[in-house]
Design a protein around this ligand. Structure first.
Ligand code: HSE
Length: 309
């Protein structure tokens, strides 16, 4: 039987006031999933020896196999598959690691079946895979990883999204501290309700963030990503070096710095590649000053999203 491979990029999510509704595909890090259809009605999950992280082999809990099976069932394919995963990033990063595997799994299965679905039609399958890891349906990593670019979406209907053009001269410094924060637990810390006033302030900031992206005003984007008064202040407490990293990023010239998703990854918006390189170094130094190792890189927006190998 032939094999079918797909790649899907990591992503930044939330971007300050955009909880569950804003995500950006990243030019750094990607997951690779290879699928071979089999004649047995079971799914087998394996990890490549080069994988940066090894997760569960349980096909009912693995994000790539759950999304792949969802695609197969939507098509009416009821046999099994052998799935080989090579992760570029560990789980619990805040950089959409589980989403990248879910997207690559759905794309590889779609390819194995002869590409019956468009990328957009794969969104529900990718969300099903993501939910297997995070315990909730949120599309702010899945949709950018699949489609590429900067995505604003409706958390209740993630297939309903707007993809914005990437502002010129926008670069990111991204740091991944050697800490684990699992999305499901980080979601359980959040309030079920906010006041009308808090909702109004949040909505205003998110609307202005969308406009700033659309107009390419990266200084505004930098300011606005730091204006989440509901989610980030709660989650910041999970990340020891959070304050030092943020301060170091701003002192090194970043326009703004925020948590990505549920963390521990943080990112800074920078006006040039050289600035992003400098800021990434400063963030790394601040993190190690708190006794925490990290990976820090500069990067930009991945405009194309997932692709077939
Ligand atoms: N929007 C999700 C959250 C992203 O913040 O829980 C998870 O990385």
């Amino acid at each position: 039987m032939s094999t079918f491979t797909a790649f899907a990029p990591a992503s930044l999510s939330n971007l300050g006031p955009g909880f569950d509704s804003v995500g950006v595909a990243l030019s750094r890090w990607e997951d690779q999933v290879t699928i071979k259809l089999t004649r047995k009605p079971v799914y087998e999950v394996h990890y490549d020896a080069k994988s940066a992280w090894v997760g569960t082999n349980d096909p009912l809990k693995n994000t790539a196999s759950v999304s792949a099976k969802h695609v197969a069932q939507a098509f009416g394919y009821n046999q099994g598959a052998s799935i080989l995963i090579c992760k570029g990033l560990g789980a619990g990063s805040g950089l959409g690691s589980s989403a990248a595997s879910a997207v690559a799994g759905a794309m590889a299965m779609n390819s194995a079946l002869g590409n019956p679905f468009t990328k957009q039609e794969l969104i529900p399958s990718c969300l099903a895979g993501e939910a297997a890891a995070s315990g909730a349906i949120h599309g702010d990593n899945v949709v950018p990883s699949l489609m590429g670019g900067i995505i604003f979406l409706d958390p209740d209907r993630p297939s309903d999204f707007i993809r914005l053009n990437t502002p010129r001269d926008m670069h990111f410094a991204v740091i991944l501290p050697e800490l684990e924060v699992f999305t499901q637990q980080a979601r359980e810390l959040l309030p079920d309700q906010i006041t009308l006033r808090e909702g109004a302030v949040w909505a205003s900031r998110l609307a202005r963030l969308g406009l700033a992206f659309a107009k390419g005003e990266i200084e505004q984007i930098g300011k606005l990503i730091m204006q989440d008064s509901i989610v980030e202040p709660i989650r910041a407490g999970l990340i020891g070096p959070y304050t030092d990293i943020k301060l170091a990023a701003l002192q090194a010239g970043a326009l703004g710095c925020a948590l990505s998703g549920s963390g521990p990854a943080m990112f800074a918006v920078c006006p040039s590649k050289s600035s992003a390189t400098k800021v990434a170094k400063a963030m790394k130094k601040a993190c190690s000053g708190q006794g925490v190792g990290s990976i820090a890189q500069s990067g930009s927006v991945n405009r194309d999203g997932a692709y077939l190998g």
